[in-house]
Structures are given as C-alpha cells and as structure tokens.
Design a protein around this ligand. Structure first.
Ligand code: PAF
Length: 279
C-alpha cells in the first residue's frame, strides 16, 4: 500500500496502474469496522482500491466539533493495509483548498430536512470535498456507508448534477455488539455513555414492529418518549421519511421505501442512525 499526499502524485500513480476499474472510499479517518466493510467491498469489486483520509473543515458547522474530531492516521494506515487497500490519499487542507471553495450547491428539498436543517452548510461542504476528491481520483465506483443516509442521497444528486460517470454504492450500517451504529465519534463517548447509546438502536429496532399497529405520528411520539427520561440524551430530530425524497411521510402506505432517521446527543456527542421500515 502506498500513501500519497499530493493530487498530482495520486493522478500519476493511478494513471500508471491503468486499472480497468478504480474503486474509491472517501473517509475522514478514525477508521472502524464500518469503514473497513467499505474497503473490503471496494477491494473485491475493483482492480485498484483508493481510500482517502481527510478531515474536511468545510463540512463542520461547529468549530469545536472539528477540533475534537478524532485523528488516528497511523492506526488508519495499518487498518487500510490489512484490509487490502492499494492507495491511501492523505492530503493537507492546503492541498485540497489552495483557495477558498466558494461553490454553492443546490440540492433543493433534499438538504432542507434533517441534517441539513440542524447543520447548515454541512452538505455544501460535503459536496465540495467529495467533488474535489472525485476529480482527483476519477473512480468508476465510490462506496459510502448507509449510516449517513441523507449524505448518500446528496452525493447521488451531486453526481447527477455534475455528470460524473461514477457508480455510487451504499453499504449497510455496521453495528457494535450492543447495536450502536459504528461511528468515529463513538470513541469520544465515555464507557458509560457508550453503553447507554445502545438505546438508540434498540428503540429504532423496536419501532419497526409498529408498522402494522401504530400510526406514523404515534411511532414518532413513542421514539421521542424513550429518550426523555435520561438527561444524557438530547434529541435533534427523529423523522420517518420517504427513502428517496427524504420528505416526511404521514402514513405507512405513502411509500414503498420508508426510513426512520434519528440524530441524538449523548452528552456532548451527536450520534445519527437510521432504520428501514419499508424497502
Ligand atoms: O462520511 C464522511 O466521512 C465524510 O462526510 C466524507 C464523505 C468522507 C466527506 O468528507
């Protein structure tokens, strides 16, 4: 495995390899089994597997969140190498943003709900960096985790808007033994909080049994209720949406693809998760 810091070197290396199929896994590092599942799939489906490790400042609307974001470059490289990754692109901020990126994307109603509502500018920053990384790597396929359900929808929309000939592959959420969705942020939880945070997946899983017994609004009320008794939890949102448009549904019959998306603070750490009700 080779580690590359400059876009020009990366492009020269990929060109020289002349791989029939280049697969790409963009990450912000602090890798865990969720990322490794993307790498494993990328390695299996492509001749060349490229991963990037870059904590992208433009997608953080909260400076404190950017500062405390975990950074573990050496451990990341060891995990990537063990998983069979061929190339790791680890640029500096200066390399990715030699000048300010002033592009403003418009994702319409996809970006005004959920994460877009609570983290203004977040998806614009994601689109900025992912498009820059796509330009640098020019992959045939790119792999993203479904934990960031809305991000996948935004990236698909960006690929369509910018006409990238790239197949976007969404991979299933990987969970800890307790059910907690794997996230780089989990390492910022205390042991006690990490145990408590398993409630998120437990509540979501239980709520899927209500599709035939409770209305959508009663299911939302029930989910919200489960986090009220413990002061450690503070919910940003829980929404039951159409999986394509990301707009809230009123009834279970409204769509064949229905997903519940949650963002909840456990202490100072914001966690997201989602579950499929239909589709
Ligand atoms: O999902 C992430 O880790 C990031 O949002 C991404 C896609 C690597 C862009 O910085």
């Amino acid at each position: 495995m080779i580690v590359i810091e400059k876009i020009a070197d990366l492009q020269a290396y990929i060109k020289e390899k002349a791989a029939k199929s280049v697969g790409f896994v963009p990450t912000m590092g602090a890798l865990h089994d969720g990322h490794i599942s993307l790498i494993t799939r990328c390695v299996a489906e492509n001749d060349l597997c490229v991963a990037s490790v870059f904590v992208n400042p433009t997608q953080f609307n909260d400076k404190a969140d950017l500062e405390r974001y975990p950074r573990t470059p050496e451990a990341d490289c060891a995990m990537l190498q063990a998983a069979g990754c061929d190339v790791v692109f680890m640029p500096t901020v200066q390399e990715m943003y030699p000048e300010e990126d002033t592009r403003q994307f418009n994702f319409g109603s996809l970006e005004t709900v959920m994460e877009g509502k609570y983290r203004p500018g977040h998806f614009n920053g994601v689109a900025q960096i992912v498009s820059k990384l796509f330009d640098a790597v020019q992959p045939h396929k790119a792999y993203f985790g479904e934990k960031d359900f809305q991000q996948v929808a935004i990236i698909r929309a960006m690929v369509e808007q910018l006409n990238y000939p790239i197949q976007i592959i969404a991979c299933p959420i990987i969970r800890e033994e307790s059910g907690l969705a794997r996230s780089s942020r989990n390492t910022l939880l205390t042991d006690e909080q990490r145990k408590k945070a398993a409630l998120i997946a437990q509540v979501l899983t239980k709520s899927t049994t209500f599709v035939h017994s409770k209305s959508v609004s009663a299911t939302i009320d029930w989910v919200e209720e489960q986090f009220k008794d413990d002061a450690e939890f503070r919910m940003d949102y829980y929404e039951i949406v159409d999986g394509n448009s990301l707009q809230p549904v009123q009834n279970w019959e409204d769509s064949e693809f229905i997903v519940g998306c949650i963002a909840v603070y456990c202490g100072k750490i914001r966690l997201i998760d989602n579950i499929h009700y239909k589709g």
